[in-house]
Design a binder for this molecule. Structure first.
Ligand SMILES: [Ca+2]
Length: 459
């Protein structure tokens, strides 16, 4: 990580002619700044001006004999300093990194420096390094008006584009993740996030308001519940909104919808998304299309390991034979996915044991057991027609164990293809007689006028 203090302007209470203040931030551990004050009096101080606001993550101090105790203070204006760490200790001839809890500031002051090493040692140190991120200020533009977010609500600002650096610094939102989803949904469908960064050029990002978390990606929130967290709390999610080329699902041309009747023509081959059938059989079908070309909106958060269990079953009407369940999932770095299933509506849960080549019950109350014994995605996808040994009641539900340790990790279940043979025959349905539909950029809303199972083909 870059050293934000390197060769930045420094001010000090005093400097020894042989150990000037610039040595405090010259990047060299063997060059010292020391003052003319000696010993343990805790008199000396050193301020570095980072020349812009940063989100400070850590501070490293390298000392020889001139500092064994000190305070860290920060400031945005260089005149009012706030202590954030007091009476820190460091051994002579050592270096130490002190974590800082995301304080936003421009000035860092190493204050009240004293040394217990010797009453004749000059107070001072060899090097100060500062690590952190640039502050990204954002404003939200919706309906030609520019908003900031203050006191848990949008506040319209009397600003016009291009917004100046100082207006971004004075009114910008530093952390977009504090804005809850319902507030985003209050905005019009289309809005812009205006950002200003240290390179000085405004960036304009179009995103859709349909924000979703990795959990919601699995299904809509009504359908899934999070059963277990570990004892650690959720970290506050840090939102990072990125949008690639945005193609709404307007590629959906005239969906063809056919319906399955009870006629006796056997062995139809059905393929479809996991989501499709329960949705179509529900009273308020709300089919989430997981399009390849959906906008990429990333929610960066590190939840602890968790098990996500559905509240409902995937029902197979007129099931003849399961050919396969095939999961498309992404695991990167330390991201981990395990799958379990239940054929008795969640009373008991099972996994597939590769050792004994058979299904076996699994206790889900211990997430470590689920991690160790749950099915990996390749194992899950290899079961194929053996599912028929265990799917007897024409229903199944899947549970997903997910774990990531770092933001760069990926553990995402993208879709589940269900391939079965069913008894029955397909009849084409008539638009506006048997069903109707409408859609927006994210979802297709289908109203079904007749009972039965439905298949939806779309391009
Ligand atoms: Ca130095």
């Amino acid at each position: 990580m870059d050293n934000l203090a390197l060769n930045k302007p420094v001010s000090v209470n005093s400097e020894h002619s042989s150990y000037p203040k610039k040595n405090a931030v010259d990047g060299n551990n063997s060059t010292l700044w020391v003052s003319t004050v000696l010993g343990s009096a805790r008199t000396s101080w050193c301020v570095v001006d980072l020349q812009s606001n940063y989100i400070i993550k850590s501070i490293e101090l390298v000392v020889q004999y001139g500092c064994t105790v000190f305070d860290i203070e920060t400031s945005k204006d260089g005149s009012v300093f706030t202590p954030i760490k007091k009476d820190l200790n460091i051994n002579v001839n050592s270096s130490k990194i002190f974590p800082i809890d995301n304080v936003i500031c421009r000035y860092i002051k190493i204050n009240n420096i004293g040394t217990s090493y010797s009453s004749t040692a000059n107070q001072g140190f060899a090097e100060l390094r500062v690590h952190g991120d640039e502050v990204k200020y954002s404003l939200i533009k919706s309906n030609s008006k520019i908003y900031t977010y203050i006191d848990n609500d949008w506040q319209e600002m009397d600003l016009t584009e291009p917004v100046s650096k100082s207006d971004f610094e004075n009114y910008g939102i530093v952390d977009l993740s504090i804005i809850p989803r319902e507030k985003w949904n209050e905005l019009d469908n289309e809005f812009e996030i205006l950002t200003w960064t240290l390179d000085g050029s405004p960036r304009f990002i179009n995103i859709d308001t349909e924000l979703f978390s990795p959990l919601e990606k699995l299904n809509n929130e009504d359908e899934f519940e999070v059963l277990a967290y570990s004892e650690k709390e959720f970290k506050a999610p840090k939102l990072e909104l990125t949008v690639n080329e945005y193609k709404p699902i307007m590629t959906l041309h005239e969906p063809e919808i056919v319906t399955l009747t009870d006629a006796d023509n056997p062995k139809l081959h059905i393929e479809g998304f996991r989501d499709l059938r329960p949705y179509c059989e529900s009273e308020n079908p709300d089919l989430l299309i997981l399009s390849q070309s959906k906008p990429n909106i990333y929610t960066n958060l590190i939840p602890d390991q968790q098990l996500i269990l559905p509240k409902g079953d995937i029902q197979f009407k007129m099931l003849d034979k399961v050919l396969s369940f095939n999961m498309t999932a992404t695991e990167q770095n330390k991201g981990l996915i395990r799958v379990i299933f239940s054929v008795d509506s969640g009373e008991t849960w099972q996994t597939y044991d590769e050792g004994i080549q058979d299904f076996k019950e699994i206790i889900i109350q211990d997430l470590d057991v689920v991690r160790n014994e749950g099915m990996t995605v390749p194992v899950f996808n290899s079961i194929g027609e053996r599912w028929n040994d265990i799917v007897k009641q024409n229903k199944i539900r899947f549970g997903y164990y997910l774990k990531i340790e770092e933001l760069a990790d990926v553990a995402e279940v993208d879709k589940l293809d269900v391939i079965i043979d069913a008894l029955g025959s397909w009849d084409a349905t008539l638009h506006e007689v048997d069903y109707d539909y409408e859609y927006d950029n994210e979802k297709i809303y289908i109203e079904l006028y007749r009972d039965g199972s439905y298949k939806i083909n779309y391009i």
